[in-house]
Ligand binder design. Sequence first.
Ligand code: ADP
Length: 411
Amino acid sequence: MLERRLLLSYFAAFSAIFLVAALGVRFAFVAILDQQTATRLQDVARAGLRSVLYGNQSLAIDKSEISNTALLTREQGLQWFDEQGRLLGAEGLVAEVDVPAIEGSREIAIGERAFNTVTIPILNPKTHQRVGLVRASEWNEQERADIRYLDTGLLIGTLLAIVGSGVGGRALVHRAVGPVAQSFQRLREFTADASHELRGPLTAIAASADAALRDTERDPLHDRARFEAISDGVKRMSRITSDLLLLAGADRSLERELFVVDPGAILTRLFERYRPLFSEAGVGLEVTTEKTAVVYGNPTQVERILVNLIENALNYTPRGGHVSVAVEPTRTATLIVVRDTGIGIAPEHVERIFDRFWRVEQARSQGGSGLGLAIARALARRHGGDVKVESRPGAGSEFVASFPIRPARVD
Ligand code: ADP
């Protein structure tokens, strides 16, 4: 729809430009032709003056003069008039009609034919008085043919240009609109997913509140269960909304939040926090830190990336499995690697797991909202790094968060 509208406006704009350009060219061409004809006829008329023989009272025309010079082409002619407008003589091709001679340029039409004419005065060389007029004329067939050629050329050229611009425009619009249409599609999917995620807890809250309202006899135990359900729903919704807010801000510049962060210290703290959860799930947890390694960035966000990766490792590793977290500095980046011996990820899902709200089908029951990895990757990219994964279904996964080593100067 958007594409068709854009294409139509593009097409209309280009057609208008081509048409205006064609009209401009035609206008200029006709003006130049007229100018050239006028100059040519001026010369012919001036040459016609040479045939005038000045008597005391009258004028005569010396016809041999003009034929000798062989001045006239087959389409041109000359007419001499006295001061009273009487025709004194004519030479060459002239309009066979009685049209009074008036000084200046004009067109004389005879049916289909037309003559361009230029009339100049005959001045007595002694008195410098006007004693007559000489009119040079030219059948404008050639000029008309030239204009017809030009019109045909311009018409074909303009049509070709319009068709060409249509074809080119289609390709251009397709290229320009493609990414926009894709973002629209993604936005639509995102809105649908977000609404879907928020509807779950909302339905639970509404159902519990309705049930409590309908119950006429208050039972503290029942009420307690309902309030707990409401509280859970609210917590879940507020977690999703704050995650979404975090994601929405993930493309802001990090400039004002740059700190030297010690990933070892964060991991030691997280180890203490998660040890009880891991042992409850029967999954081993091991953390290896590296004293010299540093990350430049927002410490809360670096911690958030690690929390998301560690919680996933715990969630997707069955009892008896093992999770190890290690800081591995390289020459260009500080890597934080989270390895698990969990269920792994099928190759066709590997890139999709970073999409917002995307979860492997069996994982839906786990209760995550599907935003964890999207957030981890968005935050890591905000720090100039990334989160990547390698995984074998059934054998485990290895998530690597990388943070580039920046120059020592930190603003
Ligand atoms: P969720 O809230 O569902 O955990 P995430 O964005 O963190 O959302 O993860 C998206 C999906 O990627 C998960 O639903 C799960 O299917 C898969 N996944 C993430 N981490 C792992 C892991 N360590 N092992 C296996 N699958 C994983």
